[in-house]
Design a protein. Structure first.
Length: 138
């Protein structure tokens, strides 16, 4: 056995064990999970923004609907949790096919959705509390 074979064997074994980076257009499981988490969080941002802009008019039609803020408060943390798990199990950085960018985007959008949902929920208030306050001031 020559010196070249002895030196080349560990390098070849090391290259065989390392995972190959995914192509730019390959849809891997990590990318799919990261994208799905980002889309759920984005839906929460849109619903939370609409609920905040309409101040509770999304819902049962009486002007005090809480479906929009609650939907944003559900979608935001779900997107954040799935994005965090996806980032925790990722083996490499961006471009490796592990969904790192989608997971990070899901964390940011999920936080925004949660804040928007909470703000719109506070703005809608409870109708009974408002009427008691209005009667007391009149």
């Amino acid at each position: 056995m020559s010196v070249r074979h002895v030196l080349a064997a560990p390098a070849a074994a090391h290259a065989f064990v390392q995972p190959l980076a995914a192509d730019a257009y390959d849809l891997t499981t990590g990318r799919l999970v990261g994208t799905a988490a980002a889309l759920v969080a984005l839906a929460g941002v849109v619903i939370g923004g609409l609920a905040l802009a309409r101040a509770g008019r999304i819902g049962n039609g009486n002007g005090h609907g809480k479906r929009g803020p609650l939907a944003a408060l559900v979608a935001g943390p779900i997107g954040m949790a799935v994005g965090a798990v996806n980032l925790a199990v990722a083996d490499g950085g961006p471009g490796t096919g592990n969904g790192v960018l989608g997971g990070a985007l899901a964390l940011v959008l999920g936080l925004i959705a949660t804040v928007l949902g909470r703000l719109s929920l506070v703005r809608t208030g409870r109708p009974a509390d408002r009427s008691v306050h209005l009667r007391a001031s009149a």
